[in-house]
Design a protein around this ligand. Structure first.
Ligand SMILES: C[C@@H](N)C(=O)N[C@H](C)C(=O)O
Ligand SMILES: [Zn+2]
Length: 227
């Protein structure tokens, strides 16, 4: 009853028994050829530390989103590219950590790397970080392209999680190669039903979402994505 009330109120709810996420899968179990560089499960992210709720570096997604990525990957492989994900399902406690981080004083090194042109107090209002993130609903992914055979990241104009106008998908600041690569990513994912967030070239949500009303809070682990 409490869980039903929480869902109706749009609040975070725990997943199924024993910290599992019913209806979710590990992306690697659906398509092991998609690269994974799970930035929030390690220190190489804007907070500088492992983020709350990332117990293991594994991409978990609602099954339809994982299967749609597999179809996009098949198309990209034919043209000599592949996908690499940076973030997938994000527990609400990680979203809450981002919100707390946004209210903390600047770390000059993090500012220089991740948001040199935007005041930290503006990162949430300007749409770079969400207090209620689609990632927690399991159909959203942060993703880039890599070129085969070396799987080197292609030029996207800015690095992942660079918060500023240059990361806006349609930014005129991006060079010709980056604009073409952004268009390729958007076209191939769009063909499978993914919709891009205009503020971030890397952020895509599969529509319709499998769990449109629910922000999950189960920690990210291999076991959480197993049936
Ligand atoms: C933090 C960044 N990777 C991201 O996903 N931003 C969007 C707006 C979100 O937090 O949902
Ligand atoms: Zn994102």
């Amino acid at each position: 009853m409490l869980v039903v009330a929480a869902v109706l109120a749009g609040l975070a709810v725990p997943g199924g028994a024993e910290g599992r996420l019913a209806g979710f899968v590990a992306l690697r179990d659906v398509d092991p050829s998609i690269g994974e560089d799970m930035r929030y499960a390690g220190p190489r992210n804007f907070t500088g530390a492992v983020v709350d709720g990332y117990a293991e570096p594994v991409c978990l997604l609602a099954r339809p989103a994982a299967e749609a990525l597999r179809r996009a990957q098949r198309e990209l492989l034919r043209g000599g590219y592949a996908l690499k994900v940076y973030d997938c399902y994000r527990p609400q406690r990680a979203v809450d950590r981002f919100v707390r981080w946004a209210g903390e004083p600047d770390d000059p090194a993090a500012k220089a790397e991740y948001y040199p042109e935007v005041d930290k107090s503006r990162l949430i209002p300007e749409g770079y970080i969400a207090a209620r993130s689609a990632h927690s609903r399991g159909s959203t992914v942060d993703v880039t392209l890599v070129a085969l055979p070396a799987r080197r990241e292609v030029d996207m104009g800015t690095p992942f999680d660079f918060f500023g106008p240059a990361s806006h998908t349609d930014s005129p600041e991006a060079g010709a190669a980056a604009r073409a690569n952004r268009r390729l990513l958007e076209r191939v994912l769009g063909a499978q039903g993914f919709v891009n967030l205009p503020e971030e070239w890397w952020h895509f949500t599969l529509r319709p979402e499998a769990f449109p009303e629910t922000a999950f809070d189960v920690p990210v682990s291999v076991a959480a994505g197993r049936p």
